[in-house]
Design a protein around this ligand. Structure first.
Ligand code: FDA
Length: 493
């Protein structure tokens, strides 16, 4: 008699070379599992780990994992870049047997400069697309997240935005085709999966509808010179007044200009990417936001591809860093998000700055919307945070040792409670790529996640699009094979 897990394994070894399979007893299991863990909170003995890890090098290996998994009752979790804030791509919240399909060996980027398109494998990191596109032609770029090590698979699945969101929307807004392994182990492209299914995978969150192997994206024009500035302003130097003005100005500036804010302690940093030269930026800033005092000494002119490492890493960041897959993130973290539609009064910003110096205080990152991201219809993709949205807030709490979680975690919850009156309501919207299990988790009844339990967190991420996602889930995966704590439940009749 062989226990079921061995049946799964022997099924798998008929299609997948053993060097791509890791059991808990394999010497390389630990290093493979931890290779892309970006939240050290989950690098713990208490974490529920996979029984096996598969590192496919071909779509057929992924198909075999799904077929064998379904046949022998082994659930799969898929990991591309491992940046999930709650670690759902490589751990389970509750004890259960599962296998991780780790796509880090599938990361080709094929650029077609003439057509301004590219096919990108899910296991590529964002830096690898940016690099390949700029190498093919410096006239093109791609709008996605700020950190180069983020995986394409998870990022595109939830939307994905960065410094060009006002000009070109989310990464998912620029996807034109995809290849997916569905719950029957079939490999489908856009034509074969149909428009509803294709709609769902462009923002409906990872891991609900199948395993996306690769994505075809539309590349976007970038000018020869862009300008970056970073201007700090302290609370005693009028930071609250400036933020009040920023709320009004930043979402309505020309789409070529994005000014985001990072607020930490008693400081607000205004960080901008302008798709143009310093000569054009200075008069625009003087006309629209003179209070910031921006002048030519603040300008850092460079090519678009140089701006990509510059923004997170500063002057030390180089274009080669975009290919570096070893992350220097050494933090344990808890993350939450909000959306703001109505300007927040100055007195509240002053109070927010008192929160930012409380014990355990983290950072607030605010990305303005408006422009392209806001002009797309709310139901055009599952990502619903569109018209009239002023900005997104990300609350980042972090700490540096297993025993130090209490204060930052409490700060994160208290800060979130304090902000409630000033952010979107009914639902209080949140961004799925800033995954937060405090918003709710699925209940499983009769081996299927229930629609009602999913609605609790799902309408926050997707608003009215949640129901359509659940109907599509019922059609493509009615038995809820692809599931995790926050996967879309099937809306069964
Ligand atoms: P990971 O592999 O952990 O997957 C995330 C989720 O998607 C999991 O549920 C996983 O199962 C599923 N999934 C992964 N691959 C899949 C596939 N091929 N098919 C189907 N499902 C799949 N966001 C943003 O919009 N802008 C930003 O600038 C940043 N910056 C940022 C910095 C840092 C340091 C971190 C840690 C995170 C961000 N993020 C972000 C959030 C980021 O977009 C989010 O965590 C993405 O889901 C990460 O995608 P990965 O593939 O890396 O994650």
């Amino acid at each position: 008699y062989a226990p079921p897990k061995d049946d799964f394994l022997s099924c798998l070894t008929r299609s997948v070379p053993p060097r791509l399979l890791f059991a808990k007893s394999s010497p390389a299991y630990g290093a493979t599992w931890s290779s892309t863990i970006r939240n050290l909170k989950f690098l713990s003995d208490k974490t529920v780990k996979p029984l096996y890890i598969i590192t496919p090098t071909d779509a057929s290996h992924i198909q075999a994992a799904v077929i064998c998994g379904r046949r022998y009752g082994m659930r799969l979790r898929v990991r591309s870049g491992g940046h999930d804030y709650e670690g759902l791509s490589y751990r389970s919240d509750k004890p259960e047997p599962f296998t991780v399909v780790d796509l880090s060996k599938m990361r080709q980027v094929r650029v077609d400069g003439k057509q301004a398109t590219a096919w990108v494998d899910s296991g590529a990191q964002l830096g690898e697309i940016y690099y390949a596109v700029a190498k093919a032609t410096p006239k093109l770029g791609f709008p996605a997240g700020v950190c180069a090590t983020i995986g394409v698979g998870g990022h595109f699945s939830g939307g994905g935005f960065g410094m060009m969101l006002r000009k070109y929307g989310t990464a998912a807004d620029n996807v034109i085709d995809a290849k997916v392994v569905d719950a029957n182990g079939k490999l489908l492209d856009r034509k074969a999966m149909g428009e509803d299914y294709f709609w769902a995978i462009r923002g409906g969150g990872g891991s609900s509808f199948g395993i996306v192997v690769s994505w075809q994206v539309k590349l976007v024009p970038v000018p020869p010179t862009v300008t970056v500035f970073q201007i700090h302003r302290g609370v005693n130097d009028g930071a609250a007044d400036l933020i009040v003005k920023w709320q009004q100005v930043a979402p309505s500036l020309p789409e070529d200009l994005m000014i985001r804010i990072m607020a930490m302690g008693q400081d607000a940093m205004f960080e901008a990417l302008f798709l143009g030269t310093c000569n054009d930026l200075v008069p625009l800033m003087n006309a629209r936001f003179p209070e910031l005092g921006m002048n030519p000494t603040h300008c850092n002119e460079m090519s678009w591809i140089q701006s990509v490492p510059y923004i997170p890493l500063g002057k030390s960041g180089t274009v080669r860093d975009l290919l570096n897959r070893t992350s220097n993130i050494k933090a344990f973290g808890k993350y939450k998000s909000d959306y703001v539609r109505d300007p927040i009064p100055k007195a509240v910003w002053e109070t927010i700055f008192t929160w930012l110096v409380k014990p355990g205080a983290g950072v607030m990152i605010m990305d303005p919307y408006g422009g392209r991201i806001s002009s797309i219809a709310e139901d055009a993709t599952p990502f619903p945070h569109r018209q009239g949205m002023l900005f997104n807030i990300q609350y980042v709490s972090y700490w540096f040792g297993e025993g130090s979680a209490a204060l930052p975690t409490q700060w994160s919850r208290d800060m979130y409670a304090f902000m409630e009156p000033y952010v979107t309501k009914n639902p209080r919207q949140a961004y799925v790529n800033y995954r937060d299990l405090d918003l709710g988790v699925n209940k499983v009844v009769g081996d299927v996640s229930t629609y009602e339990s999913g609605r609790v967190w799902g309408e926050k991420y997707y608003k009215g699009n949640f129901e359509r996602l659940a109907r599509i889930k019922a059609r493509v995966d009615p038995q809820d094979y692809f599931r995790n704590e926050q996967s879309i439940p099937p809306l069964l009749k």
